[in-house]
Unconditional design. Sequence first.
Length: 500
Amino acid sequence: MTKTVHHWIGGKTVEGTSGNFGPVTDPATGEVTTQVAFASAEEVDQAVAIAKAAYATWGTSSLAQRTTVLFKFRALLDANRDAIAELITAEHGKVHSDALGEVARGLEIVDLACGITTQLKGELSTQVSSRVDVASIRQPLGVVAGITPFNFPAMVPMWMFPLAIACGNTFILKPSEKDPSASMKIAELLAEAGLPEGVFTVLHGDKVAVDGLLAHPDVAAVSFVGSTPIARHIHTTASANGKRVQALGGAKNHMLVLPDADLDAAADAAVSAAYGSAGERCMAISAVVAVGAIGDELVEKIRERAEKIKIGPGNDPASEMGPLITAAHRDKVASYVKGAAAQGSTVVLDGSDYTVDGFENGHWIGLSLLDHVPTTADAYRDEIFGPVLCVLRAETYEEGLALINASPFGNGTAIFTRDGGAARRFQLEVEAGMVGVNVPIPVPVGYHSFGGWKDSLFGDHHIYGNDGTHFYTRGKVVTTRWPDPADGPSGVDLGFPTSR
């Protein structure tokens, strides 16, 4: 019998009433294993109302109360790593080690939230004028929402809600309908940790739920991670409704390999960064720019390594890469490879027709490697979000840098070189929000903020780190003047000598 995933509202599971459901498949088998309830506009209103009521007390709760809950949640999350990773593998398809890594990166932000007290400290200036003091403080926004993608169903929500609730907000999560179960497990752990009812909500759904949150007058802010077209829509719509927005979009991350680079290290990095998690991550390296005469040797080293990657079900310990999330996405990714030669690329590896014995109905695709890719090719211009690596050629550092900076995306990038001066120039000159030097996937640690430039980010704030705290709070400045007790009315004795 197919399992049904319902909503989490008011600290408990609440059955969906819209009558609309979406299918959740096991990507390794293609079998529908679960259905997820889609919220109606009325259910969105109900969830927001409960979150607003919870904010009345949570927003004025002590920092000690909030961090106590978060410390308990962190312990429970740590103890349930495997259980959450198994849910991710079952619905997303990524291998178990990737899923565990996802939970570990989410834990970093929970750690940051547990220490939120230092980030929320205000500032005080005394005697700015005679007996006048000025203080700056930060206060929560109210009800905030997070709309998260399928590729990291545990980590990306944890980039948002720990800081949001630590700052005193209540949080409504609208996770991807393709892999919803991890978010429900997280909700259960938060409740077990003692989080009051209504502070954390999980609302499943499609465009109806998203649009309801974007338009609702009691939702103060929206965080989003997903594709660039949707990020642009989220930012435009939510901003027009007076909300604070951080919307992280797509990417086409480049890795510039200079002639002096360690080519074995660069090839290892390219393979792990391009094909890890089946390429379904916004920080994947999808374009390698080989500078000078090293291109042929680098491509051959990448090919040798890619051919050894073991593809299979995510719950098989021998598997190094799992299937893609849906059959439709698999077909779309394959279309870029099938059309690559006609658009001028050299197809070195073609994984578009890959299958796994015994799992023929799974959403499988092999590793693809395209060389001499022109910048006009669809495989280069679009975010493929699959295990397809494009190699482009450049004669000089300057030509490679110009190629990277011409991309409309500016999420992450990397340079591989032994030359410190070249690396320093690159990190200053490249137009991207996150830069790796001999590091292929430069995802910042939790206490630095994550975010790109150009069409990879809409809004003024990056996610988590200091930017996350600022996003989920607003500043207030208080100017205070108290008369000196010695100047009090006659007849009132406060024990102070008079100034006369």
